[in-house]
Design a binder for this molecule. Sequence first.
Ligand code: PGA
Length: 234
Amino acid sequence: MSKLVVCNWKMNGSIQLVDSCVSAMAYLPNDVALRNLVIAMPDIFLAYANSMEPRFKLAAQDCSVYGGSGAHTGEVSADMLMGVGVKYVILGHSERRSRGEDTELIHAKLASAVRCGITAILCVSDDYESQITEQIEGLLQAHHDDVILAYEPVSAIGTGRLPGVGDIQRVAACLRRRYVISKVMYGGSVTSANALNILKMDEISGVLVGGASLKVDEVSAILAAASQCMSYST
Ligand code: PGA
């Protein structure tokens, strides 16, 4: 089983950072490492990144509830994202939930993404039972191959305070079993120093990396850990 490394740049990055990633990717040990990498950058850089390195797996950090195109000022649809090579979209991140995005809106965005064929990375925290409403659970059941759950405890995001390995394992196993989902990732203060310990857990299909993903050296080291872990699970 491959282990994904999803870089969440949040509202950071620049054309220069895209260029640095493109150059660094040329030095990756093999194509497997590149296949494990997903970069979620602000929408304005996506088309450029896709044109510079079509092998990049790109992610958006949000998508509209509306499909296609239309009179929706400021919105970007999942169809438009697909048009510039986007394969994944992060939804339900706690930074968006804390600014008022509720489960109903997240459900509508999730429906829009899966309808389009974009893989959704749905973030949930320790509060996952209330975040995964019946409606969302219905979508997970119907599209379990098109949704990845990302367990991101709020207390670990940007703080350097990770839960214990046993806790991560327990929650990931619980999410997999309860929602019959095949991929569960972990996110929150992942760096090259702890990535191997997290990625080698059988229940974990990848990591969602925030702060450390802005440093090319860190990303390369985390990718090396991911490649190493593929052998743990085969
Ligand atoms: P962090 O962020 O790695 O900086 O803790 C993770 C996230 O918010 O997805």
